[in-house]
Design a protein around this ligand. Structure first.
Ligand code: DX5
Ligand code: ZN
Length: 217
């Protein structure tokens, strides 16, 4: 069964604590925090102060996804904010290896993220040092986009490398995930599913968390 990471990008911001508590009680393992800078992606969301406030009200794993150009300077701030996992887009820095080292040295689980247009070979040199790889299954920047099936092959490639080399990273998928699209991702080796609009766009987010889990039994 896959772990579920509801993305609060699609939650009700004026009732955020209520929404977070709902999915936590409903069995979600992670809370996914999407940080957007208006440069790496065309949208702006929230920063470390927000992640800190989320961390203060939940026991779920705080899973931070940085969609930020040159994110290195933010690493200490997200560590102070209590982030458990910190993801950096491989396209956003010239120094992905250093970024992964910095995240680890700040006591968080390093995660490398790949856009749909980025091949697996771009992240291969850091796979030995990451705790999680995030395969974007839409182009980042917005919730509610359509799942891109051509990304599934990269999940399978990352799962192959993981088995072959004995690595133990989680493989997370993010974008357009629902109880249907998650199935192929899970079969290809995904272990964590981010879902925003599918979970929070419903009157019953808990049922949606369970639907994703039940589809991957
Ligand atoms: C997209 C973000 C996602 C987003 C997913 O840039 O990284 O985490 O919230 O939203 P859905 O599940 O609606 O595609
Ligand atoms: Zn995300």
């Amino acid at each position: 069964m896959i772990k579920v990471a509801p993305s609060i990008l699609s939650a009700d911001y004026m009732n955020l604590q209520r929404d977070i508590e709902k999915v936590e009680k409903g069995g979600a393992e992670y809370v996914h925090v999407d940080v957007m800078d208006g440069t790496f992606v065309p949208n702006i969301s929230y920063g470390p102060g927000f992640a800190k406030a989320v961390n203060a009200i939940t026991n779920m794993t705080v899973d931070v996804h940085l969609m930020v150009q040159n994110p290195e300077h933010l690493i200490p701030m997200f560590a102070d904010a209590g982030s458990d996992i910190l993801g950096v887009q491989v396209e956003a820095t010239k120094h992905i290896h250093r970024a992964m080292q910095l995240i680890k040295n700040h006591g968080m689980k390093p995660e490398v993220v790949l856009n749909p247009g980025t091949p697996v070979c771009m992240v291969e040199p850091v796979l030995h040092m990451v705790g999680q790889v995030l395969v974007m299954t839409v182009n980042p920047g917005f919730g509610g986009q359509k799942f891109l099936p051509e990304t599934v092959d990269k999940i399978a490639q990352l799962n192959e490398i993981k088995k072959e080399k004995g690595y133990d990273y989680d493989i997370e998928v993010d974008g357009g995930i629902n109880d249907k699209t998650v199935v192929d991702c899970y079969k290809a080796g995904a272990t964590v599913a981010v879902a925003g609009s599918y979970v929070f766009g419903s009157d019953d987010p808990v049922a949606r968390v369970n639907a994703i889990k039940n589809a991957t039994k």
